[in-house]
Design a protein around this ligand. Structure first.
Ligand SMILES: C[S@@+](CC[C@H](N)C(=O)[O-])C[C@H]1O[C@@H](n2cnc3c(N)ncnc32)[C@H](O)[C@@H]1O
Length: 240
């Protein structure tokens, strides 16, 4: 699998590259997360879960849910969670990981840019580690706005663009080098995880995401950066 520069790709081509990556890594996705992040993804995810303000009466949508880590972590705190992803391999693995007796979780195959849910259905929407790779980001954000109830909140966690140029370059360089090591170990191909720095390089970043979110109707958003601004959380509220 060769990974062309994301900047040269149109939306559909970019989606094909992303889909090919997840077709390939799905089987070892969870162990890949452990190795790429030295286990820290658990800390960053659990901070997200603690921050979102889930309540027992909430209905939640976890977009691009992958193998369901956020979906399953939210479930005990809320009434219902739907995990959606456009990749059937990822959803199958999520279904296999469902904890016994967890009945308030369902999975739906869907493109984040065209969600098969009615307006104002959800109290909270989460997107974890997917935003920077989504080709039609403005359409995805508009869909998040549409399916949220007034007063509902969108929470995004993703790799960040540190505001200091030297750290920004070093961060992507580290992801490139360490991703090559992990790709070789897990898949015999150093290019496997190149999509992480490649997608990050063309991601507008957590601080600029606010512009896209406000353009689709969200109130001015909050950004929380952590771990030297290598990770970031965006919180956007639908007015109402
Ligand atoms: C890095 S994984 C993140 C999975 C999960 N949220 C997590 O935190 O582990 C990115 C996910 O985005 C999904 N994805 C990519 N493009 C998508 C799209 N257009 N619509 C829905 N999901 C998409 C991929 O299939 C993959 O499961």
């Amino acid at each position: 699998m060769t990974l062309p520069d994301f900047a040269d790709l149109g939306g559909q081509q970019k989606q094909r590259v992303v889909d090919a990556v997840f077709d390939k890594v799905s089987r070892r996705y969870d162990v890949g997360n452990e190795l790429i992040s030295f286990g820290l993804h658990r800390v960053w995810r659990s901070h997200l879960i603690e921050s979102v303000g889930f309540r027992p009466e909430h209905d939640v949508l976890d977009i691009a849910c992958g193998t369901g880590d956020v979906t399953f972590a939210a479930a005990p705190r809320v009434r219902s969670v739907i995990g959606t992803d456009n990749n059937p391999h990822m959803l199958r693995l999520a279904e296999q990981k469902r904890p016994a007796g967890m009945r308030n979780v369902s999975f739906v195959e869907a493109d984040a840019a065209s969600l098969p849910f009615p307006e104002a259905k959800f109290d909270r929407v989460t997107i974890c580690y997917a935003t920077r790779g989504l080709p039609a980001l403005d359409r995805v954000m508009a869909e998040c706005f549409r399916v949220l109830k007034p007063g509902g909140e969108l929470w995004i966690l993703d790799f960040a663009r540190p505001p200091w140029p030297a750290v920004d370059v070093a961060w992507r360089g580290t992801l490139y080098t360490w991703g090559a090591v992990v790709g070789t170990i897990l898949h015999g191909d150093p290019r496997t995880y190149m999509y992480i720095p490649a997608s990050l390089a063309h991601y507008q970043g957590q601080r600029v995401l606010d512009v896209t979110l406000r353009a689709v109707g969200f109130a001015p958003t909050e950004v929380f950066e952590t771990t030297l601004a290598l990770m970031a959380y965006n919180r956007a509220v639908k007015p109402g």
